[in-house]
Design a protein around this ligand. Sequence first.
Ligand SMILES: [Mg+2]
Length: 230
Amino acid sequence: MPKTALRDIKTIIWDLDNTLYPYTEEQIEHWHEATVRAAIDLGAPITLEAGLHQARQSFAEHNYSSKIFVDTYGLCPRKMHAGLHPYSNEKILPVCMLTQESFEALPNVRHVVLTHAHRNWAERVLRHLGLRDFFEDDLIMGLEDYGYEEKHASNRGILQSLDQTGCNPEHALFAEDTLRNLERAKATGIQTAYVHHGVTGDNDNRPPFVDHVFLNAADVMMTLSKQKQV
Ligand SMILES: [Mg+2]
C-alpha cells in the first residue's frame, strides 16, 4: 500500500509526556515523589525516602514509577493513576514558544492527545504549554477515557481517536516517544512518528514500524507545514 504523504495528514494523535514537551531530570524526580505520596495515601507502609528509591528503580525497569507499588503492596493501579496527579506540578515543565507558533501556523489539522496519564493532568499540561486551545475537549484522552488499555497492549485508544475525529487511518499521524506504542499502533494503518528530543536521531536505522523521525513537536508541525506548501 503506498504511503500517504505527510501533506495529506489531517489529524495528529499526540502522546503527551516527553512528546509535546521533553522530560527533564527535575520533572522525572518530581513525578517519582508524586507517585510515592499517592502510594503512601493508599496505605503503602513506606517512608518517602525509601519509596523514592523504589520509584526510581521501577521507572528504570518498566518506564512506570508506580508499577513497583502496585506489585509489592497490592495497590489498585486505577487509584494510583488517579492519586498521583494531584501531587504533580505542571508548572515546572519547559514551555516552548516555537511549539505554540508551529501549531498556530497550521490551523487546519485536528489534534488529539492520547496519554497514559490522567485527563486532568493532560488538560493542565496543555494549558501550561499554551496549547490547550488547539485541542477540542473530547479529543483530550486520559488512560481512563479509553478503558485503561495501554497503547503498547491495545489499539483501542488509536481506534477511538480515529472514530471521534472521523479520520481515516492513512490520514492520521501518531506522534510518540515510546517505540513499543508506535509498533502496536502501526497495525491500524496510521503513519507513525517517533519524537526523540535528541536522545537518538538516527533516521537511517529506524525500526520498520517508524515512518518518520522528528526532533520534537515543533519539528513535526513545521515539517508538515512545509510539506503542505509543496
Ligand atoms: Mg511519552
